[in-house]
Each structure stands twice: as C-alpha cells, then as structure tokens.
Design a protein around this ligand. Structure first.
Ligand SMILES: [Zn+2]
Length: 362
C-alpha cells in the first residue's frame, strides 16, 4: 500500500513538473524547487526521470546574478509530445502542430470553397502530421457538447458529430471544442488571463458564441449559444427560427463583413453608424446580463469582431450589463479584449490537448 502511495505521488509530481515547464518555459532546478514547493533532491530525481523518458533536457542557459556564471536550465523537448490543433471557419481551415513547451513546429492555413466540407480540408492540411501527434483538437464555431456540434450559424451545421466525421476523414481521434472555449483556454494559458477563475470568452464570427472555462479548463456544458439569446421578443427573424435573437438584432452577419467600416465611420462622426454601434452594444450588454447572471464569471473577453464592437461601444455594453445584473455579480467583473487576438482559438485548442496529455500522466 505504502509503495503504491509513493508511486502515485511520484507520478503526480512528475506531471506537475512537466506542466510547470510547459506553461512557464525553461527554468533552473532552484526555480523549480521554489515554484513546486518540493525539495531539491526530489526535483533532481524527477528531472532525471523525465529526461530518461525524453520529455526534458538540461541546457546551459542564461547567466543569473552578478557572478555571471551561466546556470543549467531544465526545459521541455518539444518533439517529445506534439498536439495537432485546427481551427475551422466558414471559409478557411488553420492548422498548427505544437510541441511540448508551446513551440509551434508547423503552421498552415488553407482557404475553403463555399461548398467544400471542412473535414476534407482538415485531412489535407494536417496530412500525415496529425497521425503522429499525441492529441488532436479542433476548434469549431458553435454550440459543442461531447464532440457534437448542436448548432453552428457560421458553418450551417446542426447536430453534426464533428469528432466522428473528423476521425473518418483523418483516421485518428479528435477532441472538439467550440472556438470561444478554445480561445478562453488560450488566453488563460498563454495570454494574460491566468488569474481568472471563471473566464467567459465571447467570440464574434458569422454567429456569436461564448465559452466558459474554470481555472483554464474547458468544461462540459461550458459552450454557450450567445447569439440565440432572445433580446427582443417578437423581434427580427433569426436563421434559427426564433424571433429577436441577439444575432439577428445585432445584424451579426453584416458586422462580420464590415465591422471595421462601421467603427471607422462612427469614429469620423457618422451619426447613423454611431447609433448602430450603440444599439448593438446595448443588445450585447443585455444578452451578457443573462449569461453573467447564470454563470457568474470574474472576467469577460471580447474576441473576434466583438473586439472592435467593444472598443467602440464599451459604454452602452457596460450600462446595459449594469441594468441586467446584480451588483455583487459585476463588482469584481473585468471586461476587456484578448491579447492573443486571432491566434487565440488555435493556441487554445493546442493547450486543451496538452491539458489532456498532462492529466493522463497524473
Ligand atoms: Zn437565433
């Protein structure tokens, strides 16, 4: 029994060490000792272990302190574990092969014809690389649950088993997360949102989706159909069949095409453009009120074209949110734009894969 306990502890510490290096980059043994709260000899034994399994290597690195003697750094071996990440959009597929430690080893993007099936494009763009990766994760804009895309305005999918279709197209297993959730994982692990406990990411594409991650982890049920929250009962007809959905009232499709034009015109004093952005900001704030009340996030990031909208209409978004949420829910709430921008979903998809890899080691 005692032996099993020791082995379990060793496994857990080994995973923690690898996670520390994967997330924070090369470090000295002394820095690792401090960061993980383990003693020096334990760190030494774990590092030796992980070097033997090929995950880590020690290199002569940066000079520390005034003595100027270069210290030995422990770092991940990128090719020891790779994750294939793809982001599927209406008219393009993007692919990155990411190594342990976060280094992007390969990156490609391919345009999609209107009637092409993105799954075929994924098979082409990932080629043989996906088969070698230890995990493969796809970010898809829409409402995703357990690999199935229940609804995607952007892709026109309803109830599509994306993970099964990706497996059929590429011959390997895939995890599927929604684009907003992937971006949230990315911002938490590689952006500057790592202090957020409950991070809500809003993604504006041809539809509007949201993802809630808790301590940087994708949750089942965390994919939110932001665009189909009804903000005006009996309002404009939405493509989903309901009346007055946020997507329809905000003219989401039109904004995808010309958000830059709309914000530029508003900036130059065009009254109609200003009014349009103000109303869109109000509608978004109201829908957000419902989401905040239901989920209680501590940080909200505005991604995709919602970034531009938020930058030009932060005041109406905030006042509509204030009218629709309780004070204690918004007192600690931070609203801002993501630092990884367009790269967020792809980076986050890869990080969701690494979270699974490291979890399996525990
Ligand atoms: Zn709708």
């Amino acid at each position: 029994m005692a032996r099993t306990g020791t082995e379990e502890l060793r496994r857990r510490n080994r995973a923690a060490l690898l996670e520390q290096l994967h997330r924070h980059g090369p470090q000295t043994r002394a820095e690792l000792t401090e960061a993980l709260g383990l003693n020096r000899s334990t760190i030494g034994a774990l590092a030796t272990d992980l070097a033997e399994s090929g995950h880590l290597q020690e290199t002569t690195g940066r000079s520390t302190g005034s003595a100027g003697r270069p210290s030995t750094l422990v770092e991940c071996v990128p090719k020891a574990a790779t994750v294939a990440a793809v982001e599927i959009r209406a008219r393009s597929v993007r692919f990155a092969l990411v190594g342990l430690g976060g280094e992007v080893l390969e990156r490609t993007e391919s345009g999609l014809d209107e009637d092409a099936d993105p799954m075929d494009a994924v098979a082409v763009i990932t080629g043989g690389t996906a088969a070698e990766a230890i995990e493969a994760v796809a970010a898809v804009p829409g409402l995703v649950d357990a690999g199935v895309v229940a609804h995607s305005t952007e892709l026109g999918w309803a109830g599509r088993d994306a993970s099964a279709d990706l497996e059929a197209a590429t011959g390997r297993e895939w995890r599927v997360v929604d684009t907003a959730t992937a971006a949230a994982v990315g911002e938490w692990s590689r952006g500057d949102a790592h202090e957020s406990t409950k991070l809500l990411y809003l993604h504006g594409g041809r539809g509007l989706t949201a993802g809630l991650v808790i301590e940087g982890r994708a949750q089942r049920g965390g994919s939110i159909q932001l665009g189909h929250i009804v903000v005006k009962p009996g309002g404009l007809e939405c493509a989903c069949g309901l009346l007055g959905c946020l997507e329809a009232e905000m003219e989401a499709f039109a904004y995808t095409e010309d958000i830059e034009h709309a914000t530029a015109a508003a900036g130059l004093g065009d009254a109609a453009a200003r009014d349009r952005l103000r109303r869109a900001g109000q509608d978004l704030g109201r829908a957000l009120g419902a989401v905040v009340t239901a989920t209680g996030p501590d940080e909200i990031l505005f991604g995709g074209w919602l970034r531009e909208l938020y930058l030009s209409a932060a005041a109406p978004v905030r006042s509509a949110l204030a009218e629709t949420t309780l004070p204690h829910l918004r007192s600690k709430l931070r609203l801002r734009t993501p630092v990884l921008g367009e790269e967020g979903p792809l980076i986050g998809a890869a990080e969701a894969g690494f979270a699974a890899v490291i979890d399996r080691m525990r």
